[in-house]
Design a protein around this ligand. Structure first.
Ligand code: FES
Length: 202
C-alpha cells in the first residue's frame, strides 16, 4: 500500500481547512495525477475514484472543519468543541430523525448515537444536502441570525431551499430535506489518521 499524500491549505476567512488528498494505494496527489489517471484502464480508474481516502486529522483545531474529497463528494471532518457537543442535547423534539434510524440514507451503526460519530469530538459527514444536493453552509454560532430561528443551536444551513441541520448533521423538522446528512463509512487507523470510505475490518 502506498502512503497517502495530503496537501493542506487554509481558507482563513472561513476557518475551513481545504485539503487535497490522494486515495490510499492510489495514483498520487490530485494535482499531478491527471496524465497518469487518463492513461490507466477504466476499471483501474473507477477503483481509484472509489478508493478510501486517508486523512491526517492532527492539525484540526477545536471548532474547525476540514474538507476532503471522496468519490467526488465533499466530506467534512469537524472537530467539535465541548459547547458544540452540548448543543446536541435537548433538541430531539425539533428533529426529524434524532436517533438516525431512517434507512433512506442509512447511518452506520457506529454513528447511530446523539453525536453521530465514532469519537464524540470528531464529526465525519458527506457535505451534501439530502434534498436536492446543494452543499449546506456552516452556521456554527448559536443564537438569532438571518434565515434562522432565534433559538438556533448552531449547525448547518442549506440556502437552496432552507433546510437546517444541527452540529451532528441531523435535519430539523418540517424542512425540505427528508433525511439527516450522510455519515460515510470510515474508521480510525490511529489517533491522528482517519480512513474515509471504508468501515473497520471485522
Ligand atoms: S438542496 Fe438543500 S434544501 Fe434543497
Amino acid at each position: 500500500m502506498s502512503e497517502a499524500f495530503t496537501k493542506p491549505a487554509v481558507d482563513n476567512s472561513r476557518r475551513t481547512w481545504l485539503i487535497a488528498t490522494c486515495a490510499v494505494g492510489g495514483v498520487g496527489a490530485v494535482g499531478v495525477a491527471v496524465p497518469f489517471a487518463s492513461s490507466i484502464q477504466p476499471s483501474e480508474r473507477a477503483r481509484a475514484a472509489g478508493a478510501p481516502v486517508e486523512v491526517d486529522i492532527s492539525r484540526i483545531l477545536q471548532g474547525e472543519k476540514l474538507v476532503v474529497e471522496w468519490r467526488g463528494k465533499p466530506v467534512w471532518i469537524m472537530r467539535r468543541t465541548p459547547e458544540q457537543l452540548a448543543s446536541l442535547e435537548n433538541i430531539d423534539a425539533q428533529l426529524a430523525d434524532p436517533n438516525s434510524v431512517r434507512t433512506a440514507v442509512p447511518t452506520p451503526e457506529y454513528a447511530r448515537n446523539r453525536h453521530r460519530s465514532i469519537k464524540p469530538e470528531y464529526l465525519v459527514l458527506v457535505g451534501i444536502c439530502t434534498h436536492l444536493g446543494c452543499s449546506p453552509g456552516a452556521r456554527l454560532n448559536p443564537g438569532p441570525q438571518p434565515s434562522l430561528p432565534d433559538d438556533w443551536p448552531g449547525g448547518f444551513f442549506c440556502a437552496c431551499h432552507g433546510s437546517t441541520f444541527d452540529l451532528a448533521g441531523r435535519v430539523f423538522l418540517h424542512k425540505p430535506a427528508p433525511d439527516n446528512l450522510a455519515v460515510p463509512p470510515h474508521h480510525y487507523l490511529s489517533e491522528t489518521r482517519l480512513l474515509v470510505g471504508e468501515d473497520a475490518q471485522a
